[in-house]
Design a protein around this ligand. Structure first.
Ligand SMILES: [Zn+2]
Ligand SMILES: [Zn+2]
Length: 270
């Protein structure tokens, strides 16, 4: 699996996962032209997208879905709540449900999900596993607060894309009104750098190759703050993989999902 984080933050999110038999797009929170530009930059052809998986219906995750589906005719997968919300706005989209009890197979990849505490109708965190190699990617943003279900779902992943939304003091002293600050920091809002670090501490294992911090707030976070806070927790847990920070304005350099020991031997030989 080759992963391209096309962009992440409160103005839009999309992650392209290229596999043997096509590309899965997790979220489509950008307009069509932006998605096309971002995909082109990382060598992904939008015409290879076989399905869109949605974490939830908020605009920064789903605003680009109608135009993309009109162009590609591909199905949209999500929880029943997410699909209900989408159907209200867009009648004739081909929709397939992701449950939390049984995995589903999309594009020959195994998709598992669990609910998160975010303030959408029925938001999901997801894992995508290649059954041939066993390699697994986990994605959790707009998380609200960590839960035992989430930690269980994300256990054993070789790559994790995790929300590190805000620095707690930047949020406290930042420009948002109190109600917005309370929503963001509350149990149904977004994970702080500190909360992301705490969650990751429980998810490090010897084969975790890549951690990507995502959905950083433009007003209440900085990449260096998020990286430093999480780096400390990861170092203390023995993490030896790559730590990346996704950006809103630009896609990340694509990378392969692989265990840390393969990354190390790859670096030694290259
Ligand atoms: Zn969001
Ligand atoms: Zn959201």
């Amino acid at each position: 699996m080759r992963v391209s984080v096309l962009g992440s933050g409160s103005s839009g999110n999309a992650v392209a996962i290229q596999a043997e038999n096509g590309t899965l797009l997790i979220d489509a929170g950008f307009g069509l032209r932006s998605l096309e530009n971002r995909s082109k930059k990382v060598g992904v052809s939008l015409s290879s997208v076989k399905a869109i998986l949605l974490t939830h219906e908020h605009g920064d995750h789903a605003a680009g879905v109608p135009a993309l589906v009109r162009k590609l005719g591909c199905p949209v997968y999500g929880s029943s709540g997410t699909l209900r919300a989408l159907a209200r706005r867009n009648g004739n989209i081909r929709m397939m449900e992701i449950g939390t009890e049984e995995p589903i197979v999309v594009c020959d990849l195994i998709v598992n999900a669990c609910h998160t505490n975010h303030d959408a109708l029925e938001p999901l965190a997801l894992t995508i596993q290649d059954p041939t190699t066993g390699l697994k990617l986990g994605l959790a943003y707009d998380v609200g607060c960590p839960s035992p279900h989430l930690t269980e779902l994300l256990g054993g992943c070789h790559c994790l894309i995790i929300e590190a939304n805000h620095d707690e003091s930047m949020l406290r002293y930042g420009p948002y009104p109190a109600t917005v600050r309370q929503r963001i920091a509350g149990p149904n809002g977004h994970l702080s750098n500190r909360a992301a670090a705490g969650m990751l501490r429980n998810l490090v294992h010897e084969d975790l190759g890549t951690v990507v911090l995502a959905h950083l707030s433009r007003m209440c976070n900085r990449p260096d703050l998020a990286r430093d806070e999480v780096r400390m927790a990861l170092d203390a847990s023995g993490f030896r993989g790559n730590l990346l920070v996704a950006r809103q304005s630009e896609p990340l350099q694509p990378f392969a999902v692989r265990p840390v020991r393969e990354q190390l031997s790859f670096e030694m030989h290259s």
